[in-house]
Design a protein around this ligand. Sequence first.
Ligand code: PLP
Length: 490
Amino acid sequence: MNVMTKTETAGARQVVAAPSVGHNLLAKPALMSVEDAKAMDVARMTDLFKNHVNPGQLHFMKLLGFNKVKVERAEGMHYIDQNGRRILDFFGGFGSLALGHNHPRILDVRQRFQEEKRHEIAIAFMSQYASALSYNLAQIAPGELDMVFLGSSGSEAMEAAVKVAERAAGPKRPKVVYAENSFHGKTKGVLAITDGQLYRADFKVADNTVKVPFGDIDAIERAFVADPEIGVIVLETVQGGGGIIQAPEEFWQKLRALCDRHGVIWVADEVQCGVGRTGRFFAFEHYGVVPDVTALAKSLGGGKTAMAAMIARRDVYMKAYGTPKTAMIHAQATFGGIGEACATAIETLNVLYDEALIDNSAAIGDYLLERLRAVQAKHPKIVKDVRGKGLMLGIEFHDFSQTLPMVLRPIVSVLDDKLKGSLSGFVGALLLRDYGVLVAFTEYNRNVIRLEPPLICGREHVDQFIEALDGLLSRGIVAIVKDFVKSQMK
Ligand SMILES: Cc1ncc(COP(=O)(O)O)c(C=O)c1O
């Protein structure tokens, strides 16, 4: 018997005949094995990415030179590529790598879990792992943040957060306040409170929302007073996608008081800034306040798995789902609280405290910020601002589209739209190519580079990063632009 399999040649789907195998009625399609995947070279990877993953995204990877890297291994602060080059990771998966890559205790706990043949999926039963993780999170979370919903992504945790808050606020107060330049995920529900036209595109999103400027307490008060239907406010404690933006120091205490006065439920999105990233477990702890609901993801998975959590005040949770009749309205999804992911997250939380990584985040973050300030002082025409808390820092470059020497303007004008006027793409590309350092970009503000290295980061890594950045900026804008343009010709 012959069966049909697909091959992918230049995007076209060719159907070819393949011989049948063994006694199976359905012969196995031409599948790759894990070993095939590991052995794949960059050319083949590019082909498959283009044909089956995201051809448009490949365009940006090419601009930055990221398409030339095949990561073979990752360890601690580094990726190791196909040529054995060690790439210093100051990107940190947008804050997903608090423990660094492949932390030995995380590998160990996962290996033991497998060797003991522990279960993963047990929706019918209570899970000891989900229970222990939820207990740990309630131990860490201040105040009455005691009730935990486990999921797999930040978007899922934020969906859960908005839903629990909306139900607790009740049908007479259905409106949700969110901030300019917010990012809360790309799933359909939270897209309504994610302020990015790029992501919103033309999707029809819920219209029970009110937008306010981030960190503007007077604007929020005006909104609350003007519209008594407002029942919920959702804010990132530090805006990540917006370009590492912090609210004024006194904002959070005032927000807490305002929410109490108006009976509005405050949801703090800590998906990126939580799990120790800013030098406290939750970023809101810097301000001595406690929200009604919060959400975590990213680093909660120990850099090894997908894990997310929504944590609500007990009374908020009980109001929303506290009876047998309402309990299943937003109960766990199929993979919510899955075994090994919970075990990994339990170990992650223990490692964070055992190795004093939150303290390290605060101390090394201060050191990095101080050294960044020195770089800014040395290159004031290039660096406009450096900011952030702990190991969630941003470098903002001046928009150089107007200051670039006339001779270079025609060259830059033919570059991709995303790069015009923005030095961050040029700097990021050259940091990787010439110094083996990886940094992250910011969709809403193209002039900002985000630094979110693992919390295991040491002074020596900061020194290496600063040396690279200073070395690159010392070339001057003209040379940086020329070097970048030359890199595009190859
Ligand atoms: C603040 C914030 N909220 C929510 C999300 C969505 O998380 P995920 O990409 O895991 O769905 C992100 C992701 O970057 C984020 O930074």
